[in-house]
Design a protein around this ligand. Structure first.
Ligand SMILES: [Zn+2]
Length: 439
C-alpha cells in the first residue's frame, strides 16, 4: 500500500499540471491587457492561466511511453527532442487512471482529474440509461475545457486529433476555432471545423486510421495552421497505433519518432513554444509464445457465481480494434444481482496477473475517478497482463498475429513532460511536482 499511496500522490500531481499549466510555465511575462483586448490571465475550473505571449503548441503523443523516446535518443536520432530536453525541462510523470486515451486527454485540456471532468474511460456503462456507450460525447463532460475558455476570451485556438473519438470533446464550445480529426479530414467544412477540405489545406492525402501517417497528418496540419492562422494556442493529439503494434527500438517505431522529431523542429522554427506529453505508456502484454496474456473475467465470474449475476465492462473499448483487440489492463464489474463483493474480490485476487481489486468507493477516492461512472468493483492487471471478458467471444483477428501491446493499468502510466524552458518559480510551489530529470 505504501507504494500505491506514493503513486497516487504522483498521479494527482501529474493530473493537476493540465495542458495550460504549461501556459503558466511558459509565459512568465504578463501582457498589457488593454492593448491586446484580452485578459492577462483567465480562470478555468478554479485554476489560473496566463495568456500565452507566443503561440503555445501542446503535442500529446498517444501511447508515448518514455521508452520510445529513450531508445531513439540513444541512437542519436531525435535532435529536436534532445534540444528541448537539454535546454528546457524534462520529467517522467504518471497519468490518470485508467491509463486510457480519453480520460487523460480530457485531464490535459481541463487541468482537473476524472473525478471532476467526468471522463472515466473510452467506454462505460451509462447509469442514466443502463446502456453501454462510448465516452466520446461532450454531454459527458463535467468541467470546462481550457481550450474553449481561451477561445471565449478571444484567443485563436486549434485542436486537432488523430482519431475521431476525441474530436467532439476537443471541439466543444470552441469559439471561431479550428478543430477536426485526421481520420475524418475529408469531411471538414469551414462551418463545422474552421477549414474546408483539410487534406488540400494540409497538403497530404487522407491517411488510413491504421497508420503512422494518421499522426503525422495531425502534426503537418499543426504546421500549416501555425504558418497561416497564427493561433495563440494549439493542441495536437496523436494516435497510438504504432506503439500498440511495435516495440521501442523497432524500425517502424523509430521511423515514427523521427517523423515526430522533424515536425517538432518545424513547429519550433515557426516560433511556437512547444510542449510535449503523452496520455499513457505502453507495455508488452504477451506470453513467451507470443499469444496475449489474458485473464478472462466474465468466464471466471460466471463459472463461480452463475451467468447473469455480473457484467464486465472493458473501458478501453473503442472502434479501433486493430490496435488492441479491446484488451487493456483495467476493467470494471457491475453486480446485476446481490452478490458477495468480498467473495468476488477473493476470486479475482487469486488470479495470476491481477494486481489490484477494489470496490467502487475506495478506487474512486484513491484514483480521483467519478464514482457514479465506474463499476461496483474495479480490477487492474499488471504490466504483462490484460483483462478480457470471455474466451468464446474474443476476436483477435485485427491484431494480425503481432504480440499484444496495450495499457490501462498502473504500470502503463509513465509519460514524459517536456517543456522548452526551465520551469518558472510558480511551479516550485506545487507539492510533488515531478523533479527535473537531467539528461
Ligand atoms: Zn491513448
Amino acid at each position: 500500500m505504501a507504494d500505491l499511496r506514493e503513486d497516487v500522490s504522483k498521479m494527482r500531481m501529474a493530473l493537476t499540471f493540465g495542458v495550460m499549466g504549461l501556459l503558466t510555465v511558459l509565459s512568465p511575462a504578463f501582457l498589457l491587457a488593454a492593448e491586446n483586448h484580452h485578459p492577462q490571465q483567465i480562470t478555468v475550473n478554479g485554476k489560473n492561466y496566463d495568456w500565452p505571449k507566443s503561440p503555445v503548441v501542446v503535442v500529446l503523443i498517444d501511447g508515448g511511453d518514455p521508452a520510445y523516446v529513450n531508445d531513439a535518443l540513444a541512437q542519436g536520432l531525435l535532435p529536436n527532442f534532445k534540444k528541448l530536453m537539454t535546454e528546457g525541462f524534462v520529467s517522467v510523470a504518471v497519468g490518470a487512471m485508467p491509463s486510457f486515451t480519453n480520460p487523460n486527454n480530457i485531464s490535459v485540456i481541463t487541468g482537473v482529474p476524472p473525478s471532476v471532468h467526468g471522463i472515466s474511460g473510452n467506454f462505460f456503462l451509462n447509469p442514466a440509461t443502463g446502456q453501454e456507450a462510448m465516452m466520446d460525447q461532450p454531454q459527458f463532460l463535467r468541467a470546462d475545457s481550457i481550450l474553449a475558455k481561451f477561445s471565449e476570451h478571444g484567443a485563436k485556438v486549434a485542436a486537432i486529433t488523430a482519431k475521431d473519438k476525441l474530436a467532439k470533446m476537443l471541439a466543444y464550445r470552441l469559439q471561431h476555432g479550428i478543430s477536426f480529426s485526421a481520420e475524418k479530414a475529408d469531411k471538414c467544412t469551414k462551418e463545422d471545423n474552421g477549414i474546408d477540405n483539410c487534406p488540400a489545406y494540409v497538403g497530404k492525402p487522407l491517411p488510413s486510421a491504421y497508420s503512422a501517417d494518421l499522426s503525422l497528418f495531425v502534426l503537418e496540419a499543426g504546421i500549416r495552421i501555425l504558418e497561416r492562422e497564427k493561433p495563440d494556442l494549439m493542441y495536437l493529439s496523436l494516435s497510438d497505433y504504432i506503439q500498440h503494434k511495435y516495440a521501442p527500438g523497432s524500425k517502424e517505431a523509430t521511423e515514427y519518432y523521427v517523423g515526430i522529431d522533424k515536425a517538432l523542429g518545424r513547429l519550433v522554427g515557426l516560433g511556437a513554444t512547444v510542449a510535449l506529453t503523452a496520455d499513457h505508456g505502453m507495455n508488452d502484454k504477451s506470453k513467451a509464445d507470443g499469444s496475449p496474456n489474458i485473464v478472462f473475467l466474465q468466464d471466471l465470474l460466471d463459472k463461480q457465481f452463475g451467468s447473469g449475476k455480473t457484467k464486465v465492462i472493458l473501458p478501453i473499448s473503442d472502434p479501433y480494434v486493430k490496435h488492441h483487440g479491446g484488451l487493456g489492463s483495467y476493467a470494471t464489474i457491475f453486480f446485476h444481482q446481490p452478490i458477495s463483493a468480498p467473495a468476488v474480490m477473493n476470486l479475482l485476487n487469486k488470479q495470476p496477473g491481477v494486481e489490484l481489486v477494489m470496490n467502487r468507493a475506495a478506487f474512486a477516492k484513491m484514483f480521483d475517478l467519478p464514482a457514479d461512472r465506474i463499476g461496483d468493483l474495479v480490477v487492474v492487471s499488471d504490466r504483462g497482463t490484460v483483462l478480457g471478458k470471455s474466451k468464446a467471444t474474443l476476436d483477435l483477428s485485427g491484431l494480425g498475429g503481432t504480440r499484444l501491446r496495450s495499457h490501462g493499468g498502473l504500470a502503463d502510466r509513465n509519460v514524459y513532460l517536456i517543456f522548452p524552458r526551465p520551469l518558472n518559480d510558480k511551479y516550485a510551489e506545487i507539492p510533488d511536482f515531478p523533479p527535473a530529470v537531467k539528461r
